[in-house]
Design a protein around this ligand. Structure first.
Ligand SMILES: Nc1ncnc2c1ncn2[C@@H]1O[C@H](COP(=O)(O)OP(=O)(O)OP(=O)(O)O)[C@@H](O)[C@H]1O
Ligand SMILES: [Mg+2]
Length: 488
């Protein structure tokens, strides 16, 4: 509770209770007695007025009334005539005679000043201390009709006693009130500060960017309304910070993507320039040679021209491949899908390759589970895929000179495999061969006029078809494969 509102509230309420109790005790001790005595005097005056009004010189008519008043004041009433003789006295009827002061009708107890005032027609009230019992009494004397005098005597010792009792009782009441007040102050301060402590906990969590804690609204008082506002603030902050984080992540991803694109662009330009450098240099050199006419021999001239044509063709292939690739990568390329017989397509392609296969003495065998298998795809693009794979197989086949094409029926799909005997592709490179311009053996690629774009084009076409594809090293060679849907 150190320095808390709860502590302040508790001390405040307890202090307040202490002040109230002390004040009440002080007022009691100081003024209770005076208040009682004043009240007593007032009532004596009132009774005297009553008797004055009702007394017409005949005691019998107000006999009962006087007895009642005596009862109320707890004292006695005497009426004397102008000679001092008693007309009425309760003293004798109550059998309390014998006391000197009563024998003179009580009037002798008055001071001279009192006697003078009564005889002057004024009502007078005096107090006197009983000489024997040391008790105090009020003595009221009031003139009545016929020169009769009313004397009322009321002891006040009983009042003093009551006041004393009340005072001591008040100490107990004070202690008990203070005790109960302190306990209530403690409970009240706890009840009052509990929601504030809860609010503080919610705010603390919020400061640590934890927005899961919420204030539980109970009865919609001012603190609960503050709680509602804090809950609202927490929700708002939560969404804003989440959105900000997402935007930040997206921005980072965009920057990273941009950086990657920039890197790819630079790589691409350097690769293209690199691919073009050799043919341009060769064309430049050989055409200058022709122009300088250093060569007289017709055969040499033809050779020069062949080199120039050959290099120009390579550049033409490179440009066509690049255009092809950029079309496929654009994201807008539309496949013309149709259902066609895959075995027939493979056979057609192989027919076109016959001359070169014969020339290189390569055996190419096709195995199909079912010669009637149909697949769904863009015919010319799938032809491009097969041509690329077969071209690569021809370019990389070893002395065993064997190429196999398998067409396999796989339930919903058809799997096509192109296997050639030859060197396997090492683990580091097997993933990279699908990248643009990537060639495992650069000088060998140059021999067969490869630019390293073939497999990138294949990859883009198969991705557009949502096909699975890959390459694995097999016993004594490599196997490229891809899968196609049977139905469109
Ligand atoms: N059947 C294969 N056997 C061994 N290596 C292969 C085979 N097919 C491709 N590769 C390797 O993958 C590389 C990339 O092949 P890709 O078809 O993309 O390019 P390329 O054949 O060299 O040139 P391009 O196809 O553009 O004329 C090749 O350079 C070669 O190193
Ligand atoms: Mg190739």
């Amino acid at each position: 509770m150190k320095n808390s509102i709860g502590k302040k509230l508790f001390i405040g309420i307890a202090f307040f209770a202490l002040i109230i109790v002390s004040l009440s005790w002080l007022l009691n001790t100081k003024y209770l007695e005076d208040y009682y005595l004043d009240k007593k005097k007032d009532s004596l005056f009132e009774y005297a007025q009553d008797i004055q009004r009702d007394y017409k010189g005949n005691i019998d008519s107000i006999d009962e009334r006087i007895a009642n008043i005596e009862n109320s004041i707890g004292g006695s009433i005497t009426i004397i005539d102008e000679n001092g003789s008693e007309i009425y006295s309760s003293v004798f009827t109550q059998g309390r005679g014998g006391r000197g002061r009563w024998s003179v009708g009580g009037i002798s107890l008055l001071t001279n000043e009192g006697i003078r005032r009564v005889l002057n027609g004024e009502t007078t009230l005096e107090s006197y201390i009983h000489p024997r019992f040391n008790t105090m009494s009020f003595l009221l004397a009031s003139p009545l009709t016929n020169g009769h005098i009313l004397i009322m005597e009321a002891p006040v010792s009983s009042i003093k006693e009551s006041v004393e009792i009340a005072k001591s009782f008040h100490i107990y009441i004070g202690i008990i009130s203070l005790l109960i007040g302190t306990i209530l102050a403690f409970i009240f301060s706890k009840i009052f500060t509990k929601p504030i402590v809860e609010l503080n906990n919610v705010a603390k969590s919020m400061s640590k960017l934890d927005f899961s804690k919420k204030y539980i609204v109970k009865n919609n008082d001012e603190i609960d309304q503050l709680g509602k506002t804090i809950n609202y603030l927490s929700d708002k902050l939560d969404t804003s910070i989440t959105e900000l984080n997402m935007a930040n992540k997206k921005l980072k991803a965009d920057i990273e993507k941009e950086r990657q694109l920039e890197k790819l662009r630079k790589e691409f330009i350097s690769s293209v320039s690199h691919e073009l450098k050799t043919p341009i240099a060769l064309i430049q050199g050989y055409s200058e040679g022709l122009k300088d006419s250093v060569i007289e021999d017709e055969e040499d001239k033809n050779f020069y021209c062949d080199v120039i044509i050959d290099e120009a063709n390579k550049m033409d292939k490179l440009v066509k491949d690049l255009l092809n690739l950029s079309q496929l990568e654009s994201g807008y390329y539309q496949l013309q899908k149709e259902s066609f017989n895959i075995y027939d397509l493979v056979k057609n392609i192989i027919d076109k390759f016959h001359p070169i296969l014969n020339e290189k003495n390569i055996s190419l065998k096709v195995n199909s589970d079912n010669k009637k298998l149909k697949i769904c795809g863009d015919l010319s693009r799938i032809e491009q895929v097969l041509v690329n794979f077969i071209n690569n197989a021809i370019n990389h086949v070893d002395d065993r000179k064997t190429i196999k094409i398998n067409i396999k029926d796989h339930a919903q799909k058809v799997k096509v495999e192109i296997i050639n005997t030859g060197e396997i592709i090492s683990g580091d490179e097997i993933d990279k061969i699908w990248d643009s311009f990537y060639k495992v053996d650069k000088s060998r690629a140059r021999e067969y006029g490869g630019t390293g774009l073939g497999l990138s084009i294949v990859k883009e076409i198969l991705k557009l078809h949502n096909s699975s594809f890959g390459v694995v090293n097999v016993d004594g060679g490599v196997k490229f494969w891809f899968e196609m849907d049977k139905v469109c």
